[in-house]
Design a protein around this ligand. Structure first.
Ligand code: NIG
Ligand code: FE
Length: 414
């Protein structure tokens, strides 16, 4: 099929918002649902208009057509799960206590090292399928469970293979400072990171560096140093910050030119205005908050102050075994007091900008990849019907890759 035309209610950007790289603060209100049609040709959105000659014409009256969802923060590919640790946390153990006792990231690193490539790819591919059916048409992959030079390079390689096997567009991030590898102190590990970067740049698809600032991981000094390395190699800088405690990492990340700061559950209010002005995304992960951090990032205040806000799953076996962006949008609306349109902008265009993919995807604009999601009602119903799967159909590059059973007749006007 080379052309597709869909008639229904479209979640399109208001004219003043078209062509923007991202939506700051209240500009997400520019995402409006209006009756209309959209046509695609050769994998791209051709026009916000009907194409009577299209090979496939769908009648989506009463449904909402939104851009494919973009998950800008996941830890795929990883090996196994850690449900036993979740039970320990429910019983009162902290993430830090479990990590200091050899669990946490270190246990996922052991699982990854022990799993054959094909087993890791099977698990990650299954999760990517699950995400696709829930509307995610692009996602980030990270390393970070390698915890050695060879291990990180292997995980980055597996991320690339995964990216070639799945239907979604992927973007790879090298999370080279996640937990302290055995045999190193933190400074020594950063020396090792610096030494391995030429190989990472030449031998992987990583376009961003990431690190985790926390008492059990790395410090603001390491964040600053990682920023220097990112600049030297022309990579974007991302950082896990202010997750379980306040470390005042945001000013350091901004000075280092970070593309995003992720988590922010314990953001110091004094650091909010500068973040809201910066060309740096505030990536909020309400699923990880719900599963263990208790505190909520100041999502409403960030949006009101004009920040580039993103919602993502943080899909990982420790803090967020969650693959569903519709669920995360519901949690974001509830925890941050956002509108459904604000949550949608945060999980589409702003997420695409974080991954450097905003010129290719993230909004219903001609010339972008025809990654589309048909919802079974208005977008306000997505956060409201928490846990319900609202996805009727998913298209990637103009090709229908998922249809809810029974939906075909209705869409073909039967
Ligand atoms: O984003 N906190 C750091 N990294 C992950 C968790 C990784 C894990 O527990 O395996 C996060 O929450
Ligand atoms: Fe994470």
């Amino acid at each position: 099929m080379s052309s597709l035309s869909i008639d229904g209610a479209l979640q399109v950007l208001a004219p003043g918002e078209r062509g923007l790289p991202h939506l700051r603060g209240g500009r997400t209100a520019g995402l409006r649902l209006q009756p209309g049609s959209l046509s695609c040709r050769d994998g791209l959105i051709a026009a916000l208009d009907d194409d009577p000659a299209a090979d496939l014409r769908l009648d989506a009256t009463g449904l909402a057509l939104v851009p494919g969802l973009v998950d800008a923060h996941t830890h795929l590919p990883f090996a196994g799960w850690r449900d036993g640790e979740y039970a320990m946390r429910i019983a009162g153990a902290s993430y830090e206590e479990i990590a200091r006792a050899g669990g946490g990231i270190a246990s996922s690193a052991r699982a990854l090292a022990a799993a054959p490539d094909e087993e890791v790819l099977q698990q990650a591919g299954g999760l990517a399928d699950e995400m696709l059916r829930l509307g995610t048409t692009a996602f980030e992959c990270k390393s970070g469970y390698g915890l050695s030079r060879a291990g990180e390079l292997r995980q980055l390689g597996l991320a690339s293979v995964l990216g070639r096997r799945v239907r979604q567009r992927t973007a790879v991030t090298a999370l080279l400072a996640h937990a302290l590898p055995a045999g190193f102190d933190a400074d020594g590990w950063l020396d090792e990171v610096e030494a391995m970067l030429p190989e990472v740049v030449a031998g992987s698809e990583a376009r961003a560096l990431d690190l985790y600032v926390e008492s059990i991981a790395f410090t603001n000094d390491h964040l600053e140093r990682m920023g220097g390395l990112a600049r030297r190699y022309g990579l974007a800088l991302r950082a896990h910050v202010e997750q379980f405690a306040t470390h005042r990492s945001v000013p350091v990340a901004l000075a280092a030119g970070a593309r995003s700061v992720d988590h922010l559950s314990c953001l110091d209010p004094a650091d909010l205005p500068a973040l809201a002005r910066a060309d740096c995304a505030a990536v909020l992960l309400p699923g990880a908050e719900l599963m263990g951090e208790e505190r909520a990032a100041p999502g409403r205040a960030l949006l009101d102050a004009g920040a580039i806000c993103v919602l993502a799953t943080d899909l990982n076996p420790g803090t967020a075994p969650i693959a569903s962006l519709p669920l995360v949008m519901g949690l974001g609306v509830r925890r941050y007091r956002w509108t459904a349109a604000e949550a949608l902008g945060a999980a589409t265009l702003n997420a695409a900008w974080t991954l450097g993919l905003h010129e290719e995807l993230g909004s219903l604009e001609p010339g972008k990849r025809a990654d589309l999601v048909l919802l079974d009602g208005p977008i306000e119903r997505v956060p409201y019907r928490l846990g319900h799967d609202p996805v009727v159909a998913v298209a990637v590059a103009g090709e229908i890759v998922h249809l809810r059973p029974g939906a075909e007749r209705r869409l073909r006007g039967g």
